[in-house]
Write a protein that binds this ligand. Structure first.
Ligand SMILES: [Zn+2]
Length: 357
């Protein structure tokens, strides 16, 4: 098992749950001293992109003499500062850091701006202060707009020799092909519930709760960790699933009205809308599983009666179309397509339900 504890060769692995292939390839690059100037780590929110990037940065910066350079000591001042986000050679930009740095609070802050990319560019020009390399992490990279992407491309085209830029994106397709082609691509897939369960138990969550959260997490360790620490996360997810079921169950007109209302509120409630869409994805996934006769893999057990009814009135093929349209909507919103347009397109692709009652 690649989560926590010892690896095959007796070394302690990174604190990453699942993603064995990605960890192995990054560790191999560090050992061979062939670290790339740019990486693009892509995968769903909560799947483990930030954690992977952080472990990578820690291994690159840890100054402690150790048998395997790919395994950071985890306890020295450098390692602790990477954990806290305060290492001078490891810088992260994200929508959150951008909001903190913004001189105009209250602006929409739904995409990384060209100013943020420029600040990153000047940071890339600095020599490392303590480590032998600087690691610049660009979180929320899927929100970069045209001009900002062009600016980022310039930095990627002339990479300073002592810098690694790590782009984290929920959807790699939102980035220019020219950006993608300059990065080493690392795609993170949903993590198996066994690995999430083992990870949770390793952090002290008791067995029963760990098993339950691992299933609800639907492949996202980050969600499981947040839900274990804050019962409100689970509550909000349950409410999002209830809203998702109600939206799907409603008639064509109500669906459109909800799409318009949700689209108009997107700028103010971005995270909430994304959470709702993730919940809708989960519901359609469960509808597919039930329609396909593998209901035991479904995750939304409390909503099972509603999901079974949906499976009965749609069937596998139509549920698959609905799932794809919801995925496309998420990708469109991440790429800053007009929210109302993206959401309307999504609900129009959902199959019409037989009205119950
Ligand atoms: Zn260390």
């Amino acid at each position: 098992m690649e989560t926590l504890g010892s690896g095959e060769n007796g070394t302690v692995s990174w604190r990453v749950w699942g993603h064995g292939a990605a960890v192995v390839s990054l560790q191999r690059a560090i050992r061979a001293n062939r670290v790339s100037h740019a990486y693009l780590i892509a995968g769903a929110e909560g799947v483990g992109k930030r954690t992977l990037a952080q472990n990578f940065a820690q291994a690159l910066c840890c100054p402690v003499d150790r048998p395997d350079p790919a395994i950071p000591c985890g306890v020295c001042r450098s390692c602790r500062r990477v954990d806290r986000g305060s290492h001078p050679d490891v810088q992260t930009v994200s929508l959150r850091t951008q909001a903190v740095a913004a001189e105009k609070p209250g602006s929409k802050n739904t995409s990384l701006t060209i100013d943020t990319v420029r600040s990153l560019r000047s940071s890339a020009a600095l020599r490392p202060m303590e480590a032998t390399r600087r690691v610049l992490i660009v979180d929320d990279a899927e929100t970069l707009q045209g001009a900002a992407q062009e600016a980022l491309l310039k930095t990627l085209e002339e990479p300073p020799p002592t810098v690694s830029i790590v782009l984290l994106a929920n959807d790699a397709e939102a980035l220019l092909p020219t950006i993608r082609s300059r990065c080493q691509a690392i795609e993170l897939h949903p993590v198996g519930s066994a690995a999430i369960e083992a990870g949770l138990v390793g952090t002290g969550v008791d067995g029963g709760a760990a098993r339950e959260l691992a299933v609800l997490a639907a492949g996202r360790p980050g969600w499981a960790v947040r839900a274990a620490a804050d019962p409100g996360v689970r509550q909000r997810q349950a409410e999002a699933v209830e809203r998702a079921v109600a939206w799907i169950e409603s008639g064509p007109y109500e669906r459109l009205v909800t799409a318009v209302r949700t689209g108009d509120g997107f700028a103010k409630k971005r995270d909430e809308v994304f959470a709702d869409l993730e919940a809708i994805l989960g519901v359609w996934r469960d509808v597919m599983l039930v329609a396909g006769g593998v209901a035991r893999h479904a995750t939304h057990l409390p909503q099972m009666p509603a999901i079974e009814a949906l499976a009965e009135s749609t069937g596998l093929a139509e549920a698959a179309v609905a799932l794809a349209s919801t995925r496309r909507c998420l990708a469109d919103l991440e790429a800053n397509v007009r929210p109302r347009l993206a959401l309307e397109g999504m609900v129009l692709a959902w199959p019409t339900m037989l009205q119950r009652g």
